[in-house]
Design a binder for this molecule. Structure first.
Ligand code: SF4
Length: 273
């Protein structure tokens, strides 16, 4: 019953986003996205049902960067108040293994949100946590196998809730780092990371930064670090220029792109005036 309601809402949202953004998904990708929402509901139903304040907007205005520019920090979180306990959740579409291996990345942002909640709103927080909605590969394989027992087992093993400790002492340093980023953007300083960084494996992942991040980055064809990475990774027998110019993503990415464009391209009859 709830599954069909979620599917209906998903379809409505998808249509709205397709019309607004002009981007469509191929049937496979769309099914995978719906599956992610349905399994997230199966796993996190209790948390989802108990959220008391959804999409709470947090604001920290009037901050000043190290170089004197005015800026503000904004964020959106979910809050659960139960009895006399308040928990703040930040929902991420990342996978839980990655979040666990990189908690410091998430800690900074969530600590600033907790600081805003407690400091500006004057309300106590008892716990802060990330909800990582992307399910692990083991569950993905189980879903593909259609084996309900295996799915149930993998669903039980999946723990998308990751506690993030609140460290007030780090908040000012994080706000200062945000200010540095604002200064760098305003000064048009967009130096990419080193080639070594691109080659390094991401913590908790078997993929490198180049494969996991750069391959999804629209700026890669004008990025000197990515260009150098391709050059340094190519073997002698490879045509460097050919490899670089022919890098349109994985087969799956290309297929999705092709199908998506077929879906949104108007038929010749519709173009006739
Ligand atoms: S390709 Fe994109 S993500 Fe990768 S280093 Fe360059 S700008 Fe950064």
């Amino acid at each position: 019953m709830m599954d069909s309601e979620i599917s209906r809402m998903f379809e409505e949202n998808y249509e709205l986003m397709r019309l607004e953004g002009g981007h469509a998904l191929s049937a496979d990708v769309k099914d995978a996205a719906l599956n992610q929402v349905l399994f997230y509901w199966r796993k996190m139903r209790e948390v989802a049902e108990n959220v008391t304040d959804t999409e709470v907007k947090l604001n920290l205005p009037e901050k000043i960067t190290p170089q004197g520019r005015k800026y503000g920090i904004e964020g959106v979180v979910d809050i659960i108040r139960e009895d006399d306990k308040t928990v703040m959740y930040d929902i991420k579409t990342h996978d839980s293994d990655y979040v666990r291996a990189n908690t410091s990345e998430y800690e900074k942002q969530l600590n600033v949100y907790a600081h805003i909640w407690q400091g500006l709103r004057g309300q106590q927080l008892d716990q802060t946590a990330i909800i990582a909605t992307s399910y692990p590969n083991s569950l993905r394989d189980a879903i593909a196998s259609n084996d309900e027992k295996r799915i149930t087992r993998e669903l039980e093993n999946w723990n998308p809730l990751i506690d993030i400790p609140f460290k007030e002492e780090n908040v000012q340093e994080t706000i200062r780092e945000f200010g540095e980023v604002v200064d760098a953007i305003e000064l048009r300083q967009f130096t990419p990371p080193s080639v070594d960084k691109l080659k390094s494996l991401l913590p908790g992942k078997k993929y490198s930064f180049a494969v996991q991040v750069c391959r999804n980055c629209d700026a890669r064809f004008s990025c000197s670090a990515y260009r150098n990475y391709v050059r340094s990774s190519a073997s002698r027998t490879d045509s460097l220029l050919g490899r670089y110019l022919n890098d349109f993503g994985s087969d799956l990415e290309r297929e999705n792109w092709r199908f998506s464009n077929l879906v949104v391209t108007p038929s010749p009859e519709d173009l006739e005036v």
